[in-house]
Ligand binder design. Structure first.
Ligand SMILES: *[C@@H]1O[C@H](CO)[C@@H](O)[C@H](O)[C@H]1NC(C)=O
Ligand SMILES: *[C@@H]1O[C@H](CO)[C@@H](O)[C@H](O)[C@H]1NC(C)=O
Length: 455
């Protein structure tokens, strides 16, 4: 088909008569137009280059130092320095942020204009094509861009150019006045990634980037061991932005009041990477132990259990102790399986605050969590669940939760609503940015976004 068309086109052009035909007039006009555009482009080139030139020296009016800035960065070089050389406030901003977030709330409640587009709060945008993963935009709650970007994972390192593009993008955005934070939602990032099946690693060279970001939303028990010194930070994770009142076509984090059908819920999408991050080895051993000793019924989400290496589970599947659902369960049904379970199981270790923990708490389901998990440990309290360490104490830990449930001592949803969740977290993120970079830089980043970002 294609060939025929081409050949036909060729014959056709050879048959064109000579002289000033309509086709040639059109071609002439087209060439003239192209030349005009080229001329204009050349004329404006100097103008554009001039603008670029100035913007590299004094990219934006950075204004007053604000709360936390030691000095007004005079030119772009100051902005690119390690944050510890510019920032003089406290490093752990948790308490200051809580106070400031309350003020933000009070001011908003007291304000006479309650139009939705004036509502305070910042949150992480959904995944977009641009800027590409692992960059993600931070937006205002009404959807407006803020000029603040978050890095949520290490750069891809199996492809030299891809990694270098991401690094160059970081410095370019930083130099033009954007605010860039890191959210530690990817295993040990920005620490060393130990998952052997990962294609993203933190290189020693990336430390200069980790030192130059404006702040950290982190998940670590001991942040000093992972994060560079002198950069402001707060214990806040993506999973804290779950809205416990969400109920829409996508899914419900408000419990439906479903009857319990399973004792334990475990989720792992399968494949080497997930099996490692979700500690499938420990999951499998624990599930076998819990079935043997307590005769529990377990729902396993997302993992293909039909491969030969899982043949040892076949008897438990036939006996109905294990119910398995594949990868394509829509989120709204996934949530219903969580709610239909008594306990959510997270043997995960190399994992940064898994979303399922927050989802379970919203749905009033207690959590049984590996004590050595990287992030998400902060959700485990006497009201929300229990820790376990290994196959040796998984049974008593599970039994504690069931006893707690029977006594009515557990209030996972109540705990999540008063300690975490979207309403608080969006104020906290705004407060954190105000304290970490100051009003002036936030405003300047906002102006950049207003001027340059088209959607
Ligand atoms: C699984 O958990 C056990 C017990 O906490 C731990 O020793 C092991 O390293 C973990 N494995 C992975 C891959 O996380
Ligand atoms: C804002 O303040 C009101 C009144 O004190 C309180 O009920 C509400 O929970 C607060 N909201 C947040 C997100 O803190």
């Amino acid at each position: 088909m294609g060939d025929g068309g081409l050949r036909n086109g060729g014959r056709h052009s050879r048959r064109l008569p000579s002289g000033w035909t309509p086709a040639r007039t059109l071609l002439g006009a087209f060439i003239l137009l192209a030349l005009t555009f080229y001329g204009l482009a050349v004329l404006f080139q100097g103008h554009i280059a001039g603008l670029e030139g100035t913007s590299l020296v004094t990219p934006i009016q950075l204004g007053n130092p604000g709360l936390a800035q030691k000095q007004v960065p005079e030119d772009v070089r100051d902005i690119l320095k390690p944050t510890s050389e510019r920032y003089i406030g406290p490093i752990d901003l948790d308490e200051a942020v809580a106070q400031r977030a309350e003020e933000v709330n009070r001011t908003w409640l007291a304000s006479t204009d309650q139009s939705w587009w004036l509502e305070p709060g910042y949150h992480l945008s959904y995944m977009e094509d641009n800027p590409p993963y692992p960059f993600q935009r931070v937006k205002r709650v009404d959807g407006k861009d803020t000029g603040v970007l978050a890095i949520i994972a290490p750069f891809y390192d199996q492809d030299y150019y891809k990694g270098e593009l991401a690094r160059a993008f970081f410095w370019r955005m930083k130099a033009s006045g954007h605010i860039i934070i890191i959210i530690t939602s990817y295993q040990e990032f920005p620490g060393i990634i130990v998952n052997p099946f990962d294609d993203r690693h933190t290189t020693p060279g990336d430390r200069t980037i980790h030192e130059a970001v404006d702040g950290y939303l982190h998940c670590f028990r001991n942040p000093d061991s992972v994060l560079p010194p002198g950069v402001p930070r707060i214990l806040l994770s993506e999973s804290d932005f779950h809205d416990p009142n969400r109920r829409d076509g996508g899914g419900s984090l408000v419990p439906w009041g479903l009857p319990k059908e399973y004792d334990l819920f475990y989720s792992c999408q399968g494949g080497d990477w997930n099996d490692y991050a979700r500690n499938w080895t420990l999951a499998k051993a624990s599930i076998k132990r819990l079935v043997a000793e307590l005769n529990v019924k377990v729902v396993i989400m997302g993992r293909d259990l039909t491969k030969p290496e899982d043949n040892d589970l076949s008897p438990l599947i036939s006996s109905g102790h294990i119910i398995s659902h594949g990868q394509n369960t829509p989120w709204k049904d996934f949530l219903r399986y969580i709610e239909s379970s008594r306990v959510l199981f997270a043997p995960n270790l190399h994992d940064a605050s898994p979303r399922v923990l927050a989802e379970a708490l919203c749905l009033d389901v207690p959590i049984l969590v590996n004590r050595h998990i990287v992030g998400g440990w902060k959700y485990v309290h006497s009201e929300t669940g229990a820790f376990f360490d290994s196959i040796d104490n998984v049974v008593p830990a599970f039994r504690d939760i069931i006893n707690g449930l029977q006594r009515g001592d557990l209030h996972p949803r109540g705990w999540f609503r008063s300690h975490s969740g979207k309403a608080q977290s969006v104020y906290k993120l705004q407060a954190f940015l105000e304290l970490a970079v100051g009003d002036q830089r936030l405003k300047a980043a906002q102006e950049l976004a207003n001027a340059r970002i088209t959607y």
